[in-house]
Design a protein around this ligand. Structure first.
Ligand code: ARG
Length: 280
């Protein structure tokens, strides 16, 4: 079955304001090569795997709408819409709500808290766990509210490095059971939690070079992993885990602090049915 991804063409994408350290140096940048890089990313997805792209209409005053990973957390047929921390992105919520309702989802949102969707909430692909990042954008309270909605264990992970302000920039869960992670972006307690949960052989710890080229912000599609770039060492590690690695340039989007995975929202998503749950 095709993997459905929600995407938004970068027609109105540019760096217009400053809400993360990547944007700080780039306010006013018009990203002239964005359309070409985005087109190639979409092409890579379709070459790499069986995908169906579901498009949301770009809007003139919402440049960051391209980062559809922040539209919502998808859990079965429910979309838990983002409640954006920064006013600059709040007007996206209504547009994502309409697009997701049109795609057949029931929509809701968390009360009295900030929560930035799949950017901060990541289901483990094999263990019945959801990793929930908080600190810069989403709040800890959001992770607690999610526990009531998603029907699996929620593991709150505090993010401590502002360059990695969403969890999907520091952690990527793969269907092979591997979890790719840049540990220094997480608090010591969060690191301990992960080490306790994931067998060392399944933890792919990446270095700062790969982290800064957004290697954790990868899109897994069947046996392919699509990303901006990575070191030879990481590529070989992923090959060893059974993946083909596709690299495609996304520098225009890095200027606003996002990469491959931020530019997508997987529409078929929900808690993994772990061995224990499956046999219960
Ligand atoms: N400029 C956007 C922001 O600061 C980038 C979002 C990146 N998205 C992500 N899922 N990491 O909100």
């Amino acid at each position: 079955m095709a993997t459905r991804l929600l995407v938004c063409p970068p027609t109105h994408y540019s760096v217009n304001y400053d809400i993360n350290p990547w944007m700080t140096r780039n306010v006013g940048y018009s990203a002239p090569d964005a359309q070409r890089q985005w087109d190639r990313l979409m092409e890579t997805f379709t070459v790499a795997a069986n995908v169906q792209l579901v498009t949301i209409e770009p809007g003139e005053h919402v440049p960051d709408l391209v980062f559809t990973s922040n539209a919502a957390l998808i859990c079965g047929n429910l979309a838990v819409l983002s409640s954006f921390r920064h006013p600059e992105r709040r007007r996206e919520q209504g547009l994502y709500r309409i697009a997701l309702a049109k795609a057949g989802f029931a929509t809701t949102y968390l009360q009295q808290t900030y929560f930035e969707g799949a950017g901060d909430a990541i289901f483990d692909r094999v263990r019945p766990i959801m990793y929930a990042g908080y600190g810069w954008r989403s709040e800890r309270n959001a992770t607690l509210q999610l526990a009531e909605l998603v029907g699996c264990r929620v593991m709150p992970l505090l993010l401590v490095d502002e360059r990695f302000y969403h969890l999907d920039m520091a952690l990527c869960s793969l269907s092979s059971g591997h979890v790719m992670v840049y540990m220094d972006a997480l608090s010591p307690h969060a690191q301990t939690q992960l080490r306790r949960t994931i067998d060392p052989g399944y933890l792919i710890e990446i270095g700062i070079d790969d982290a800064l080229s957004f290697a954790c912000n990868s899109v897994e599609l069947d046996d392919a992993v699509v990303m901006h770039s990575c070191t030879r060492r990481l590529r070989e590690r992923l090959n060893h885990a059974g993946y083909r690695v596709f690299q495609t340039e996304l520098t225009e989007f890095h200027k606003a602090g996002g990469s491959a995975k931020c530019l997508t929202l997987r529409l078929d998503e929900g808690p993994a049915i772990g061995i224990a749950a499956a046999t219960a």
